[in-house]
Design a protein. Structure first.
Lengths: 131, 131
């Protein structure tokens, strides 16, 4: 038996307006995206988390993937109506990696072209901070 | 005595070309930025870390701030020649916060206008991942 992979978190910005003037009582595109995603079964090991503003407002909707010793990835230009299956499949592929780097050929096309930024894993510190 | 704030890490993308065609043997803008920053004294509690590609290549140079239970912030459009002092001052202000949110009035102007994305802190999980 091998140890289970550390959990993966799919963060979804639920405040995203996609640059539109959304009435206060209307459901925002980010919330629609979250609702679409959570209406589906999450892949094994993947948790979906609502987040208030990932501050990628010019290129929304926006999601991020993180967990364990993997790189954290932020993806933008997500379509709230059509991208939920792709995101969950991408999250599953991400979860199967140790470092967060989905092999290029397997990587969803949207991930290839809409990576906003990535953050390295927290690694053991080899240098002390300045006192 | 109060406990010291958890360390802050200032990540600097040293591979950044800023969209330029940099000769292989030439120092890249990202490396110049890192060299400029590390030539200065880091503020208390701040560690500067070189990173290979934060994948914000369209809006480089790029840095990120993270540490403790703070939000992680990615900032773009950094100028390798003139922004080192501002970045270290911003890192110090960030370090003095518990959540990573520098009060707006204190926040460097560059941070206000060039936030590429932010990632929430890892918080205690209230929901189990799907099995």
């Amino acid at each position: 038996m091998t140890a289970p992979a550390p959990p993966t978190e799919l963060l979804v910005c639920v405040k995203c307006r996609k640059g539109m003037d959304v009435p206060a009582d209307d459901r925002r595109p980010g919330q629609r995206l979250y609702d679409e995603i959570t209406a589906r079964d999450a892949p094994e090991g993947v948790r979906v988390t609502a987040v208030e503003c990932l501050q990628n407002c010019d290129y929304g909707c926006t999601v991020a993937l993180r967990g364990g010793d993997r790189w954290t990835y932020v993806f933008g230009n997500v379509d709230e109506a059509s991208h939920s299956d792709m995101l969950l499949e991408g999250a599953s592929l991400y979860h199967q990696t140790a470092d967060g780097l989905i092999p290029w050929r397997q990587r969803p096309e949207h991930f290839k072209r809409n990576c906003i930024a990535r953050i390295p894993p927290l690694t053991p510190q080899t240098q002390e901070p300045a006192e």
